[in-house]
Design a binder for this molecule. Structure first.
Ligand code: NAD
Length: 363
């Protein structure tokens, strides 16, 4: 099969869908790769590395899109719709429930569109979303620590403290993938860490993982209010699958924090859990201050570390790409129910229930 990898053109998107190592594996399996010129540059992968791995570098997006299967990172934007055709397999993040124009374009051109974010294992986990939550969770503590520094507007607290001075208090609301990864880094940096989750079994697992290095609290408005008030850094990492995030932290709770404290709302891509975090920010201008508290609410945190994020993403996508390209999508779907869950549009119909429901399509 021919596989095309266009350069990402969304603002500030430096990731790329396949690494040179991924190219090597796909070429070894007998496939031909067309990588658009400089597609990997933002992630630190030069055209020469792709060539060495066996890919052909093509000048234009059109040449990359001409392949049997196109692999991308972000959902196509309008200027890319012209490349859609009925024998194209598109394998990328799609988020169709929030993308009516893209959905329409995929249906009209009868693209076979497989969304990374809806591939789902039998245990309910989303293997192609997990790596980005890992990255964002780990980054949340790194950026939080940085904005606690005085020159960055923070209250001037070092996460670990020093002998004779208290450690910083970090509260993490939501103890799933992002929250657990945030906890790992916060514990590693020596902070006093509290994790709040409303799933008691999850809190038991976290207690087993971290032992006495973290405190766990059953999440409710009273425990959240207490934890927020006394924390230097609060990280929002709640997810209710398929729904907007609940506003668990009220403006009054934020106002109760000390001046110069920091909030990192990782869940902002689903609407955010802080009443005061009312808009998505960008890496160019990541923070704003409300109630004397610094708010960081970047919607694509992994975009700041494209080298790590690209490798983490392709580690997760490559196995599925090999199955689709090796067996053809029909056999790959028949053999792998998790992959079939990724199919969002096929022969002009929506084939993923949550997306069909949003647009009132028959499913
Ligand atoms: P996850 O499903 O692994 O974890 C979510 C956790 O929230 C679960 O443990 C769940 O029990 C808990 N939860 C649900 N309701 C709660 C409540 N009322 N109080 C406390 N906890 C509650 O999800 P995840 O993969 O860790 O993702 C977390 C969020 O991070 C999502 O919104 C995801 O989209 C977002 N995310 C953002 C970025 C970014 O760049 N901003 C990147 C990756 C992921």
């Amino acid at each position: 099969m021919t596989i095309g990898v266009p350069k990402e053109i969304k603002n500030n998107e430096n990731r790329v869908a396949v690494t040179p190592a991924g190219v090597e594996a796909l070429v070894a399996a007998g496939h031909s790769l067309s990588i658009q010129k400089s597609a990997g540059e933002g992630s630190g992968f030069l055209d020469s590395a792709y060539q060495q791995a066996g890919a052909t570098i093509v000048e234009t997006a059109a040449e990359a899109w001409a392949a049997n299967m196109v692999m991308k990172v972000k959902e196509p934007i309008e200027s890319e719709f012209q490349y859609f055709r009925n024998d194209l397999i598109l394998f990328t993040y799609l988020h169709l429930a929030a993308e009516p124009k893209l959905t329409q374009a995929l249906l009209e051109s009868k693209v076979t569109a497989i969304a990374y974010e809806t591939i789902q294992l039998p245990n309910g986990t989303l293997p192609l979303l997990t790596p980005m939550s890992e990255v964002a969770g780990r980054m949340a503590v790194q950026v939080g620590a940085s904005f606690l520094e005085k020159p960055n507007g923070g209250k001037g607290v070092l996460l670990s403290g020093v002998p004779g001075v208290r450690r910083a208090k970090v509260a993490i609301i939501g103890g799933g993938v992002a929250g657990t990864n945030a906890a790992k880094i916060a514990v590693g940096l020596g902070a006093e860490v509290t994790i709040l989750d409303n799933n008691l079994d999850r809190l038991r697992q976290l207690d087993d993982i971290f032992g006495y290095q973290v405190s766990t609290l059953a999440s409710n408005s009273s425990t959240i209010a207490q934890a927020v008030k006394y924390s230097d850094l609060v990280i929002g990492a709640v997810l209710i699958p398929g729904a907007k995030s609940p506003k668990l932290v009220t403006e009054a709770m934020v106002a109760s924090m000390e001046t110069g404290s920091v909030i990192v709302d990782v869940a902002i891509d689903q609407g955010g859990i802080f009443e005061t975090a009312d808009h998505v920010t960008t890496h160019d201008n990541p923070t704003y201050v409300k109630n004397n508290v610094i708010h960081y609410s970047v919607g694509n945190m992994p975009g700041a570390v494209p080298y790590t994020s690209t490798i983490a993403l392709t580690n997760a996508t490559l196995g599925y790409a090999l199955q689709i390209a090796g067996k053809g999508y029909k056999k790959a779907f028949a053999d792998n129910a998790a992959l079939l869950k990724g199919l969002n549009t096929f022969e002009g119909s929506v084939t993923y229930k949550a997306v069909a429901d949003v647009y009132g399509y028959h499913f």
